[in-house]
Design a protein around this ligand. Structure first.
Ligand code: DAH
Length: 339
């Protein structure tokens, strides 16, 4: 009996050492320790053992069983550990890999154009300042020398909130706020929204953007204005861009002008883009009117200055060859992504 148990134990241990998988271990458990297993069979044949021998044999069977169970468990645990380690290795996340980029929209063409304009003027030493969109009549009209009976003040053109509070129709109001601060000299641009009671079409919107510019210092002349704006045009539209100033009228500047640039599409020869003229109008400008300086507390005998106002949409439309203003406000990503 003792030999039989020893043989079973050795056979079992040998099989365990050769087992390569958890399934194989399970089969071994069934074969040796199961209900019909080889060790159980030994117990069944106890009836052939003499009564005095039985407890001894029983004990031997139990010892063998616990030895085999112990070994089975050791090997099973080792397998399980190995499997877990392999799984961990396979599923490791390499945190040093660069993350996947998330699509996070796209900068609006107005903003692309604005950044460009800001970059150019900051490069020339200008400051970028803001200004209120809801404004007093005084800042939008009166302090800019716009007479009380001026047609722009008509309710058909301007959104009024009360009799003397309105949505600004031009960023020129920011000039007044800047001058009132009493810090001279001034070199600033002020971009922002403006509002006019216009119907929406391919070239009009009741809300659009302007960029105002103002320079005030001693001995500022019209040639400073010309040089600055010619440089601006070159930076914005290309080195070969030429500019032309046409006399115009603005109540807040004297003299006043509109500036045209040579068409960057045909270089000035004339094409569909510039309607055959070779020139494209891009901004209004002039020397700040002495009355405007005076109203904001600046002595026009000591200081002079120039100012200009550019339509931001106009620049975006020209630069990116967009032919309908409405496209800028529809916020269709398929459109916006092109710029
Ligand atoms: N405010 C003018 C407009 O809305 C543009 C303009 C013209 C601004 C001449 C200026 C300027 O500062 O000097 O049409």
């Amino acid at each position: 009996m003792k030999e039989r148990l020893k043989a079973i134990q050795e056979a079992c241990l040998a099989k365990i050492e050769q087992a390569g998988t958890l399934d194989a271990l399970n089969e071994i458990r069934v074969e040796f320790l199961g209900k019909k297993g080889r060790l159980t069979e030994v117990l069944k044949s106890m009836k052939d053992v003499s009564p005095e021998e039985r407890p001894k044999v029983g004990q031997m069977v139990n010892e063998t069983r616990s030895k085999l169970e112990g070994r089975l468990e050791e090997v099973r645990a080792a397998f399980a550990k190995k499997i877990r380690e392999e799984k961990m290795k396979a599923e490791t996340i390499d945190v040093t890999l660069p993350a996947k980029r998330r699509e996070s929209g796209h900068r609006h063409p107005n903003n692309v154009a604005l950044r460009e304009v800001e970059r150019i003027f900051i490069g020339m030493g200008y400051e970028v300042v803001g200004g209120p969109e809801v404004e007093y009549d005084y800042y939008n009209f009166e302090a800019l020398n716009i007479p009380a009976n001026h047609p722009a003040k008509d309710e058909q053109d301007t959104f009024y909130i009360t009799g003397d509070i309105l949505l600004r129709t031009q960023t020129s109001s920011a000039q007044v706020h800047e001058m009132e601060k009493g810090r001279l000299p001034i070199r600033m641009i002020s971009p922002g929204r403006v509002y006019r009671a216009d119907e929406v079409d391919a070239t009009h919107s009741p809300c659009f953007h302007q960029i105002e510019g103002l320079v005030i210092d001693k001995n500022i002349t019209f040639s400073d204005l010309k040089g600055t704006l010619a440089e601006f045009a070159k930076e914005l539209f290309g080195e070969n861009t030429k500019v032309k100033f046409r006399p115009h009228h603005f109540p807040f500047t004297e003299p006043s002008a509109e500036m045209d640039v040579t068409c960057f599409k045909c270089g000035g020869k004339g094409c569909r883009f510039c309607k055959g003229s070779g020139w494209i109008e891009i901004l209004g400008c002039g020397m700040v009117h002495p009355r405007v300086l005076e109203m904001s507390g600046i002595d026009p005998k000591a200081y002079t200055g120039f100012a200009f106002g550019v339509g931001l949409e106009r620049i975006a439309l020209l630069k990116y060859e967009i032919d309908d203003l409405r496209l800028l406000y529809e916020n269709d990503v398929r459109f916006l992504k092109q710029f």
